[in-house]
Design a binder for this molecule. Structure first.
Ligand code: KIV
Length: 274
């Protein structure tokens, strides 16, 4: 008799549950969220992993890059998401400048996130360059997710958001980094904007789950930025993005109707009054 729980029966997704999904070939679903209300909806819809991404810097704060967001701001977002997520595994991005300096700083930042938000894991960008920080955070019992390929915190080094690791040398480095992440004990890794063939190779070469964004169909799971999937961000149109709604239009029309009703004294009516 199988003791395996179906996705709906899982009370709380854990690193163990995520690993089992990879082992049995079940794709892992992941999305970002940054606040309580959205986290409740995303969680209720059955997402396995919620990432409190530093993309909050873009879609919530309106910055051009992810660099300005602070550790305090990430903790605030994470606290709100944790209150809304009952089933999903909540991962929080270590923001730019909170882990690159040295491994002690990385550990302190990760501990603040775990202690002050109640989240379940942290994510950080990079490979061998940040190995020491990853090892230090892991040594405190904090689950770590890696992030390779297009790493937005290094955008000024890359100079562009185009596909990474198309060349042999960069692809080889990415493969080495992926193996390192597995060896040191990360529970998974995001692969962002790399060729589908490389994602396939990496996903077959490591036993831990790979979660792709713009990395083709061969990753063990997929992640998107919630505001992109919902069509709230209208101008962002990369090839990899599938929009599942046009909330920008829906919200715009709803708000425009409200403005019209207020101006014409149609709202509130007698039934809507005390
Ligand atoms: O911050 C973020 O939203 C991310 C995803 C794009 C993976 O890191």
């Amino acid at each position: 008799m199988s003791t395996q729980l179906s996705s709906a029966e899982i009370k709380r997704v854990t690193t163990h549950v995520i690993q089992e999904m990879k082992n049995r070939g079940e794709k892992i679903s992941a999305l970002t969220a940054y606040d309580y209300s959205m986290a409740r909806i995303v969680d209720g819809a059955g997402i396995d992993i919620i990432l409190v991404g530093d993309s909050a810097s873009n879609v919530i704060a309106g910055h051009e890059t992810t660099l300005p967001i602070t550790l305090d701001q990430m903790i605030y977002h994470a606290q709100s998401v944790v209150r809304g997520a009952k089933r999903a595994f909540v991962v929080v991005d270590l923001p730019f400048g909170s882990y690159q300096g040295n491994s002690e700083e990385a550990l302190r930042s990760a501990i603040r996130i775990m202690k002050e938000s109640g989240a379940h894991a942290v994510k950080l960008e990079g490979g061998l360059e940040v190995k020491e920080s990853i090892v230090r955070v892991l040594s405190a019992g904090v689950p770590v997710m890696g992030h390779l390929g297009l790493t937005p915190q290094s955008i000024y080094k890359f100079g562009t958001y185009t596909v990474r690791a198309k060349e042999e040398t960069e692809a080889e480095k990415l493969m080495q980094d992926a193996k390192m992440l597995e060896e040191v004990g990360c529970f998974g890794m995001v692969l962002e904007k790399i060729p589908a063939a490389l994602t396939k190779k990496v996903s077959a070469s490591v036993n831990i789950p790979t979660i792709g964004i713009g990395a083709g169909p061969h990753a063990d799971g997929q992640i998107l930025v919630l505001h992109d999937l919902l069509g709230i961000t209208k101008e962002f149109k990369p090839r990899f993005l599938r929009r599942y709604a046009d909330l920008h239009t829906i919200m715009n029309d709803a708000i425009a109707n409200y403005v019209k009703d207020v101006k014409s004294n149609d709202f509130p009516n007698i039934k809507e009054s005390y």
